[in-house]
Design a protein around this ligand. Structure first.
Ligand code: ADP
Ligand code: ASP
Ligand code: MG
Length: 402
């Protein structure tokens, strides 16, 4: 079998962790499998590198940021390769250039284009364990570009898809995918299986256990994923096309604190205004999530929307620059907000889910400032300080507890 194993930052945080990962890879190698390991940077390295950049300038170029961040994964990959070699098994580490892991040119948020399989295959033919840096790709300018925070999961799935791996295992610091973040909701339940669709919603709405693009890509190429712990041998969660073991109304609750709300006040109440505002943001790759437009009054209206907090400064300066052109009289923003969402394919055929969620929030004394629904999810915007309370109450209300 060809197995891709991805280990997150906490799984390679120190010497003991690295040797534990090495042993785990060797165990499967000795069973006669071909092993590709995809690694994140050690522990909090990526955050520390970002802090280092901030020491130099508050506004580093995105290209130089990616040049810097790409070093993190090279450290962990080379160290793991050394550890495996020291245990008597041949291994080689490869970065994005050596693999030829091609991605789009957007620094800090590149998308995978194509992964060359030749070099990896060649090393596997020599019976080596191949250790590949996650998170990084090479763009058309021959520069490093990173795939966005948490992007190593996507690197692993891309490699698994391109080499037609039999198995893609995502090792992390929890036992699998739970009905809510087990660090917030202590009685959250581990799921045996979850569908791509539901996992994609959860990941996109803040459940960072998997990078959302990794799920998107796994679905597209039919790569079955297993999410499991690097610390024990528990079975983990299978992410696949149709999960039918547990037919649940709601499969999980997710929260996302990386959210800011912007309100543009007093724009003209006429056709084309919303188009111009959101087109300005779209052209600059800024994703808008929840949108709320007030009823027009005296020829003007207000539009509120949410974006990722990381995009706040850029969004504000874009709007500020086109304030006159867009006919905006004032721009307000709020940082300490968060989204919480319930996700479930069963929602479609069951009315009353929204009412139940709102009741749970009311019982917890949590105020809702925006609402958005789709066929498989309900999302509300609340105060950031209420997130933990809200999560526990909503999780409880849907009977998800263990
Ligand atoms: P890694 O470094 O292995 O990539 P991450 O920190 O990116 O790990 O993701 C794992 C974390 O995701 C867990 O520690 C957990 O706190 C968080 N998490 C959020 N939602 C969920 C969920 N529904 N199920 C499991 N873990 C979750
Ligand atoms: N090291 C990168 C990050 O922290 C990528 C990853 O861990 O998946 O975002
Ligand atoms: Mg991660």
């Amino acid at each position: 079998m060809l197995i891709v194993k991805k280990f997150g930052g906490s799984s390679v945080a120190d010497k003991e962790c690295i040797f534990r990962v090495a042993e785990r890879c060797i165990e499967d190698y000795r069973k006669g499998n071909d092993i590709i390991v995809v690694l994140s940077a050690m522990g909090d390295t990526t955050d520390e590198l970002i802090q280092k950049a901030k020491m130099i300038t508050s506004d580093p170029s995105k290209r130089e940021m990616d040049m810097l961040l790409a070093t993190g994964e090279q450290v962990s990959a080379s160290l793991l390769s050394m550890a495996i070699n020291s245990l008597g098994v041949p291994a080689v580490s490869l970065n994005a250039f050596q693999v030829a892991f091609h991605c789009t040119s957007t620094y800090g948020g590149a998308r995978v284009k194509r992964v060359d399989s030749q070099r990896i295959r060649h090393e596997l033919d020599y019976k080596k364990i191949v250790v590949v840096t996650g998170f990084q790709g090479v763009n058309k300018y021959d520069d490093f570009a990173t795939l966005g925070r948490g992007g190593s999961d996507t690197s692993a799935v891309a490699i698994a898809a391109s080499l037609h791996a039999d198995l893609c295992e995502i090792y992390t610091d929890v036992d699998g995918v739970y009905t809510a973040d087990p660090r917030v909701v202590s009685n959250a339940r581990k799921l045996k299986e979850i569908s791509y669709e539901e996992m994609l919603e959860l990941a996109s709405l803040g459940a960072k256990v998997l990078h959302n693009r990794s799920v998107e890509m796994a679905k597209k190429y039919g790569v079955q994923l297993v999410v499991r712990s690097s610390l024990n041998n528990n079975p983990g969660t299978i992410v696949k096309e149709v999960a039918k073991v547990e037919k649940m109304l709601i499969s999980g609750v997710a929260s996302d604190k990386n959210t800011s709300r912007i309100s543009v006040i007093g724009v003209d109440d006429k056709p084309g205004v919303a188009f111009r505002i959101f087109n300005t943001l779209a052209k600059n790759n800024i994703n808008v999530d929840l949108i709320l437009q007030s009823v027009g009054r005296g020829g003007t209206k207000d539009i509120s929307f949410t974006i990722a907090q990381d995009d706040l400064n850029e969004t504000l300066s874009l709007l500020e620059r086109s304030k006159e052109l867009l006919g905006i009289s004032d721009i307000l923003h709020k940082d300490n907000v968060a989204k919480i969402s319930v996700v479930g394919a069963g929602m479609l055929s069951n009315p009353g889910i929204a009412a139940k969620m709102f009741e749970a929030l009311f019982n917890a004394g949590v105020n809702i400032s925006m609402i958005s629904t789709s066929e498989v999810r309900i999302t509300v915007l609340i105060d950031e300080n209420d997130v933990e309370r809200a999560m526990i109450s909503v999780h409880d209300a849907f009977g998800l507890a263990d």
